[in-house]
Design a binder for this molecule. Structure first.
Ligand code: ZN
Length: 423
């Protein structure tokens, strides 16, 4: 029996919780664009939408397209400082004609340089990503939808007073904050991007009702240089920040092994009422900005696990966000189309052929971005099935991955009544 056979798409009973799934989409989300030489090219969003549409995912029963209105300053201020919002507005209105002094003020707020260069319309584009996240979380909290996917969201590095790591406003932290402010009892945020979810952790550091869990490449050798196991939350919220830093070159099997050894036990122990997950695709082996060797088959497995945990613990209430991902044509659209598939029902078969119209669009995008042709990418997966050895099958002290996982378990598990050697 395949793993999928054990995981039928959940069908809530009539009169039970909301069944629909929201997909946040608006072409204007592609206006979040730092320019032609920046790694975070918006074609990753348009191609994801194209693939989801070509695969018929947006016509599945119960699927609704959610709008992405521009968030108000008052909404942004739930996480961000007024001076920072003002700086972003300034950068977006006068990006082309800044004085050296004005530029210095922007730099103090993390705007400028190669990572977050100012561009016209930066505020509106960034606040629209937040608006999509708030629309999604509202629909779930109010019981209108069961789940939502916002693949343009997940900008997890943005700080209360500064932009960072390609991220201007932190839609993920704002979504969690909004859920708490509108009556959610306890929200858990699970971040699967290759980079530490530092901005979300920082924004919710001292909030006992928000539990952040980030699985990432160790900050010893990768941006943003944080997210170590001893970083566990503020004085009013001990244990609510959980970090699982993993060594460079972590494989697909190792990544899934690490996730299975940490996330399910902690989600079950925390018992959140809403699960928010971040699915940065930059763990992939083809990603140019990090050093993991993960596959689309592993992404799919992690997505199915998040869905399963939301079903088991949160009554199905799940908001899934995108995040990083810089193999913008070859990896990101396939990863996030899979996320949409998992959220809306049956997952996509990794061996199935990509739709012909999508392949044509991807080839055109590749040419437009000066990328060489990659004729080998014809299926939803990478053609490398998982062979995961689960944690219960034994700990290998010679393995750097296992030592990292066990260090994270030893730091986090006791805070939640779990035994790092038994659970
Ligand atoms: Zn990332």
């Amino acid at each position: 029996m395949s793993a999928d056979a054990l995981r039928p798409a959940p069908a809530p009973p009539a009169g039970g919780p909301a069944a629909g799934v929201g997909i946040v989409w608006d072409e204007a989300l592609c206006e979040y664009d730092f320019g032609p030489y920046h790694p975070m090219a918006p074609v990753r969003l348009s191609l994801t939408h194209q693939l989801a549409r070509s695969a018929g995912l947006l016509e599945r029963p119960g699927v609704q397209i959610l709008p992405a209105p521009v968030a108000t300053d008052q909404q942004l201020a739930q996480v961000h400082e007024g001076s920072f919002i003002a700086a972003v507005r300034h950068a977006s209105e006068a990006a082309d004609e800044l004085t050296a002094e004005q530029y210095g003020e922007l730099i103090r707020h993390g705007i400028g340089g190669d990572d977050v260069p100012p561009f016209p319309g930066m505020h509106t584009a960034s606040a629209r990503i937040v608006g999509g996240a708030l629309a999604a979380v509202d629909a779930i909290v109010q019981g209108r939808l069961r789940r939502a996917v916002h693949f343009a969201g997940g900008l997890h590095h943005a700080k209360p007073a500064s932009a960072s790591g390609f991220c201007v406003y932190n839609d993920a932290a704002l979504a969690v904050r909004r859920a708490l402010d509108t009556g959610e009892e306890r929200v858990m945020y699970v971040d699967l991007d290759v980079h530490h979810g530092d901005g979300v952790e920082r924004a919710l550091w001292n909030e006992p009702r928000a539990i952040t869990l980030s699985v990432h490449q160790s900050g010893e050798h990768l941006f943003p240089g944080s997210g170590f196991v001893q970083d566990s939350g503020g004085p009013d919220a001990p244990g609510t920040a959980i970090n699982v830093p993993l060594p460079p070159r972590t494989t697909a099997d190792g990544w899934v092994r690490a996730i299975r050894a940490t996330v399910p036990a902690l989600v079950r122990a925390v018992r959140p009422t809403l699960l928010v997950t971040q699915h940065g695709a930059d763990t992939h082996r083809r990603d140019p900005l990090a050093d993991f060797s993960v596959t689309l088959e592993a992404h799919r497995e992690a997505m199915l696990l998040m869905r399963e945990l939301a079903e088991e613990v949160c009554g199905g209430r799940w908001l899934a966000l995108g995040g990083g991902g810089y193999a913008v044509v070859d990896v990101v659209p396939r990863s996030w189309a899979q996320l949409i598939a998992v959220a809306t029902g049956e997952p996509l078969d990794p061996a199935a052929a990509l739709p012909a119209d999508y392949l044509a669009a991807a080839a055109a995008a590749r040419t437009a971005h000066g990328l060489s042709p990659e004729p080998g990418i014809l299926t939803y997966g990478d053609g490398t099935p998982l062979a995961v050895r689960d944690w219960e099958q034994g700990f290998d002290p010679e393995s750097a991955l296992d030592r990292s996982v066990q260090a994270a378990r030893r730091a986090a598990f006791p805070e939640w009544g779990l035994d790092p050697f038994l659970d």
